[in-house]
Design a protein around this ligand. Structure first.
Ligand code: ADP
Ligand code: MG
Length: 454
């Protein structure tokens, strides 16, 4: 048995004792270790939904079990199948390039777009018809077009990445001679840092070549560029070159350029120069249509009532909605049924619902916020006034008022005996910021989820 398998088997032994059996069978057993590098263990799992569930429900337990088994492992990462494929692909590409000493965009077209993310599989409704049209327009006509750059923005799980891949898939099919490069902001940053590290001109030249010798450059999750000054400059240079040569740039972000923290003015202006198109939460009919389409791909049939129920109850995030559908179908399959019915819905969502409320307390929310932001509990409830502490503190107060029916004075007590007016102020401040700040919305959602599923 190799060391990786050995470590993972021991970890499973520990987890089996700690995790409820249904959850263990569903999520933990689905994990497969595939690599160990620099103190991190890499695991893969069948779908993005399963990945989200595992991370949401069992992150802490997995990490602790791993650390208990092996002193060398400090952390772990979970990739869904698509991400794992992309990872292996990128590694292979890098190897190939090193072997061939080839840096330029020759190999760009090796990147595999997710075959399930196409325009055909994208359901169009009122919330996304403009962004769909814009993306399709770019895919049809990616040169000297008027839509340049196309800047797509909107909340988590609403289809931004899907559209970028759809553009990629479309161009591959209709214009295979064009070089399309898809990257995430984090990959771009890594690449840039890597090119600097080696300190020679060839490396910098390779980096420049890679991002300039393309016909279409797509950068996903650009919001992470905030605060990364030298990456911003590298991006600015690449962008200008491409733009001047009539090449297409497509950017996706969870917020508007002006809401990206610490973004240089000149870069913001560049991003705003073309078309900024938002993607909104889908309305009921669109949700229904999306679910119907997804249900067709499931191995079991899905009762119309089930689809209705999910469409009514999951109204913000399409990824989460898909997750619920998958879970329901999974339960039906476990029970050997041919059609998923409302019974499976209550079974699938039982954990979800019953674990909510009972276990959430002011203290537990405080713990979650501390873990989430990596701050110390004494600081969070203490007197410090620096931004790094004040923001998490206010978010924490807000979430407690949202999740618990506690008197404001008791909440003040939890934070070192603060006055109830401080709590009111925090609640209003966060409430206001949430209207414009998508990143904050995600954070608040994540923390609420964490608190409710501990
Ligand atoms: P984002 O990048 O905005 O966070 P994704 O593109 O990853 O979101 O989408 C999340 C999931 O929802 C994906 O599985 C995607 O296929 C699906 N999805 C989003 N919008 C649609 C849509 N309009 N039609 C069909 N599936 C969609
Ligand atoms: Mg995305």
């Amino acid at each position: 048995m190799d060391r990786l398998t050995e470590i993972w088997n021991k970890t499973l032994d520990i987890l089996q004792k700690e995790v409820k059996s249904v959850s263990y069978d569903l999520w933990i057993k689905a994990l497969e270790p595939f690599e160990m590098k620099n103190g991190t263990l890499y695991l893969s799992i069948t779908s993005a939904t399963a990945k989200n569930q595992v991370l949401k429900l069992h992150s802490k337990q997995i990490k602790e079990a791993l650390q208990e088994v092996s002193g060398d492992i400090r952390d772990f990462k979970v990739y869904d199948i698509d991400e794992k494929e992309a990872l292996i692909q990128t590694e292979r590409e890098t190897e190939e390039k090193l072997l061939e000493g080839d840096s330029t965009a020759e190999n760009v077209n090796v990147f595999k777009f997710n075959p399930r993310y196409t325009f055909d599989t994208f359901v169009v409704g009122n919330s996304n018809k403009f962004v769909y049209a814009a993306a399709h327009g770019v895919a049809e006509n990616p040169y000297y077009g008027k839509i340049n750059p196309l800047f797509i923005y909107g909340g988590v799980g609403l289809g931004k990445t899907h559209l970028l891949h759809a553009i990629g898939n479309y161009i591959r099919e209709h214009n295979p001679e064009l070089k399309v490069l898809y990257t995430t902001c984090n990959n771009f940053t890594d690449d840039y840092v890597e090119s600097l590290k080696s300190g020679d001109n060839t490396a910098t030249g390779k980096f420049r070549g890679k991002y300039r010798n393309v016909d279409v450059l797509m950068v996903d999750d650009i919001q992470f560029i905030g605060g990364r000054q030298s990456t911003q400059i590298a991006f600015f240079d690449a962008f200008n070159d491409l733009y001047q040569n009539g090449k297409q740039v497509v950017i996706a972000s969870d917020r508007l350029p002006r809401d990206i923290k610490d973004l240089e003015e000149r870069i913001r202006t560049r991003m705003e120069m073309g078309l900024m198109q938002d993607i909104q939460s889908p309305d009921f009919e669109t949700r229904l249509a999306i679910l119907q389409k997804k249900a067709e791909q499931e191995k079991v049939g899905v009762d119309a009532q089930v689809i209705n129920y999910i469409a009514e109850n999951c109204d913000t995030n399409i990824r989460e909605m898909e997750g619920v559908l998958n879970k329901v179908c999974f339960y039906a399959t476990l029970l050997g049924k041919t059609t998923a019915t409302m019974e499976d819905v209550s079974e699938a969502l039982k954990d979800h619902v019953s674990s909510t409320k009972q276990s959430v307390t002011g203290e537990s929310v405080i713990d979650c916020v501390c873990t989430y932001f990596g701050v110390n509990k004494d600081d969070l409830v203490g007197k410090k006034k620096n931004k790094e502490i004040v923001e998490p503190r206010q978010i924490c107060m807000y979430i407690i008022t949202e999740l618990l029916d506690l008197p404001l004075t008791s909440i003040g007590q939890l934070f070192g005996g603060r006055d109830h007016t401080t709590v009111i102020h925090a609640r209003e401040k966060v409430n206001n910021d949430l209207k414009t700040n998508a990143r904050l919305r995600t954070m608040v959602e994540d923390i609420k989820n964490m608190a409710q599923h501990r």
